[in-house]
Ligand binder design. Structure first.
Ligand SMILES: C[S@@+](CC[C@H](N)C(=O)[O-])C[C@H]1O[C@@H](n2cnc3c(N)ncnc32)[C@H](O)[C@@H]1O
Length: 306
């Protein structure tokens, strides 16, 4: 059974999923995890099923019942299940997993596959909350979560292209120039851009979720922001990270590395960045305190502590 698409473009959605499927390292890891846990008595929830591939694999491995749920359209997932001959024990539903009204539909599950991550620790705080809530609502006492653990570490860099203050000044200059050209005060536009997330400056990641590794210098060790045990743990959003400098120089960018594990299998890892509101000077051995507060959660901009 498939609910109707909510009008979003299926072509764009499917292209996103094609890109995800091209991360073969990630999918081989998840398939290995499924091989370890799926048995004929498996009742599987594939949370954030996307293309439906994980549901199809679970069914092919012999699971007795699989439900795939996604907030986006599940029409293509449904077609893929039919094309691959597993429609009898797989169904797809379009629903927001944050909304508890989907609970009745899902029922008790002894395997929850929750590949809901957005590969950015800031936005994934909400996704981790969804996953822990799914576990509480649906996982049986001896049930298994895939993934089982999320680890997030950060280290400071000097990355001149990512300097937040320079970007603010450039944006102000651009709006000021256009204000003069058009005879209209455009300063509210600049204020609005400054108050938002600096999306336009996110550097491109390669197919393994990494940055090119060039154009910056590493200033601190990698320090753990949090580890969440998705089987048992709770999530306490961090309020700060403190990293110790390993080299001398300025730092302006926090490079995050997120690792998603199932038992001893690293399913995948991704890099993302946040910006320091002001660059900081580092001397080897000195700690740098970074606040993970409202400014970070709203705008991806980190204030310095201490
Ligand atoms: C990274 S994709 C994973 C797709 C697929 N499971 C895979 O591993 O290739 C995450 C999926 O989760 C879905 N998603 C994110 N938040 C959701 C929510 N609150 N409720 C339902 N689906 C959600 C997105 O629409 C997206 O299709």
């Amino acid at each position: 059974m498939s609910t109707r698409s909510r009008g979003r473009s299926c072509r764009v959605n499917s292209e996103l999923h094609l890109n995800l499927l091209e991360r073969t390292d990630r999918l081989y890891g998840i398939r290995e995890a499924l091989r370890r846990v799926i048995s004929p008595s498996s009742r599987v929830l594939d949370a954030g099923c996307g293309s439906g591939l994980l549901s199809i694999w679970a069914a092919q491995l012999g699971a007795m019942d699989v439900i795939g749920v996604d907030s986006d359209s599940v029409d293509v997932a449904q077609e893929l299940a039919i094309a691959n001959g597993v429609r009898a024990n797989v169904r797809f539903v379009s629903a927001d997993l944050f909304n508890e009204s989907s609970s009745e539909l899902i029922g008790d599950r002894n395997v929850i596959v929750a590949m809901l991550f957005l590969n950015d620790p800031r936005r994934d705080e909400r996704q981790i909350e969804i996953i822990l809530s799914l576990r509480k609502r649906h996982l049986t006492a001896s049930g298994v979560m895939i993934p089982s653990r999320v680890v997030t570490r950060g280290r400071l860099l000097e990355w001149p292209d990512q300097d937040y203050q320079s970007w603010l000044i450039r944006t102000q200059e651009r709006t000021h120039r256009l204000s003069n050209l058009y005879g209209v005060d455009l300063s509210p536009l600049h204020r609005s851009i400054a108050a938002g997330t600096w999306h336009s400056q996110f550097p491109a990641r390669n197919w393994t979720g990494r940055y090119p590794g060039a154009g910056y210098e590493i200033r601190t060790e990698a320090v753990e922001a949090y580890t969440v045990d998705l089987h048992r743990g709770e999530f306490n959003p961090p309020s700060q990270v403190v990293a110790t400098a390993t080299s001398r120089g300025a730092a302006n960018t926090l490079l995050w590395v997120q690792e998603i594990w199932f038992e001893d299998i690293l399913l995948f890892s991704n890099e993302s960045i946040s910006w320091l509101e002001h660059s900081v000077w580092c001397e080897p051995g000195q700690p740098v305190e970074m606040k993970l507060g409202k400014s970070w959660r709203d705008r991806n901009v980190i204030e310095l502590g201490g």
